[in-house]
Design a protein around this ligand. Structure first.
Ligand code: ATP
Length: 333
């Protein structure tokens, strides 16, 4: 049972649509989930499923003219869906920290990295200059930057990709936010550095009792880091469970296909089931029936629900549609 006090963020029927040639099309199409304290919730799915749309809806980083956001994103007594720009500016950084994929895009190339982290403190705290500098050095220590004092005065281009991402993480956690949203935080980094950054995120989460929403297309990252997982397909959550259940007992055909498309070892290569087709574009997304049905055409139409819902098939394990009951891979007969 959910302990309400531990719920940091409660997303309820979130619809985020983008205007394309005058009409809105939902990229997040009725998304509901909760993020709890001390939890890493991974949102996973192929490119174009709507993962980043959820992140930008939560932090209010979208073009208000061409984006329509409806539903509820409850944080404390606020509904972030109707929040004014002013309030968003207070919440972002202070209560909700954001880490993006490309550290270079988050950093100003002309400013010392230490000053950039200090700037976040300038907006959200009443620390004086020296206090801000001390706090930045402390943060650089916390995120594992070597020689933090010297690092303060470096420019982004003087740092490696991994160190730049550590600066971005320092910036995101500078004001001790309760919620951290990390959108593909390791995708731009070398494999060896990826593991270090994921370890760092877990360490920060544990030290600060925060909740992390980790957005990724990489199931390896999910296995490494997440507590809970939401699998997304074509704007909807199709399966939700704790990480162990999801990896040992996946049910939705999309989750099973995703898991089956990663080789565990060279021996498994012959048994991989590649997912046919691609995620439909926003305009061409089916809005009725099972959105994944077109990619598993050998499963009979009557196996799918007409209006697939998320069913709790066992405690805390949710699956959309009942077609999983008859699903098999094509070559399994
Ligand atoms: N600003 C926008 N205007 C119009 N369409 C958009 C916009 N942002 C995203 N989309 C479309 O919405 C859908 C979901 O995109 P989104 O970026 O949320 O997916 P994603 O799962 O995060 O994929 P990726 O990892 O490639 O970013 C895609 O079809 C995308 O083309």
């Amino acid at each position: 049972m959910d302990n309400q006090q531990n719920v940091l963020l409660d997303v309820e029927k979130l619809h985020t649509g983008y205007r394309l040639q005058g009409e809105f099309y939902d990229a997040a199409d009725g998304i509901s989930f909760t993020l709890k304290r001390n939890e890493v919730l991974a949102i996973v799915g192929e490119s174009g499923c709507g993962k980043s749309t959820i992140a930008s809806s939560i932090v209010g980083l979208y073009d208000r003219k061409n984006t329509r956001v409806e539903g509820e994103i409850r944080y404390k007594n606020l509904n972030l869906v109707n929040l004014s720009e002013d309030l968003f500016n207070q919440v972002r950084g202070n209560n909700i920290g954001m880490i993006f994929q490309d550290p270079m895009a988050s950093l100003n190339p002309l400013m010392k990295v230490g000053d950039q982290v200090a700037e976040a403190l300038l907006y959200h705290t009443d620390m004086n200059k020296q206090q801000r500098r001390d706090r930045v050095i402390e943060l650089f220590n916390q995120v594992g930057m070597p020689k933090p004092e010297a690092m303060y005065d470096m420019y982004p281009h003087e740092l490696s990709g991994g160190l730049r991402q550590r600066v971005v993480i320092a910036m995101a956690v500078a004001c001790k936010p309760e919620i951290i949203i990390a959108d593909e935080p390791t995708t731009a980094l070398d494999v060896t550095i990826q593991a270090q950054i994921l370890d760092l995120l877990k360490k920060i989460q544990k030290e600060s009792d925060s909740g992390i929403i980790l957005i990724t297309h990489d199931l390896g990252v999910v296995a490494e880091t997440a507590d809970e997982v939401a699998v997304m397909y074509a704007g909807q959550i199709v399966e939700k469970a704790d990480v162990k259940t999801l990896f040992t007992h996946p049910l939705h055909p999309y989750t099973r296909s995703l898991l089956n498309s990663i080789p565990q070892s060279d021996d498994d290569k012959d048994e991989l089931h590649v997912i046919q087709g691609t995620v439909p574009s926003l305009k061409n997304m089916p809005r009725t029936g099972d959105r994944f049905a077109a990619r598993i055409p050998w499963i009979p139409a009557e196996a799918h629900e007409a209006d697939p819902q998320l069913h709790e098939v066992e405690p805390n394990h949710f699956v959309r549609c009942t077609c999983w009951k008859t699903f098999h891979f094509q070559d399994e007969g």
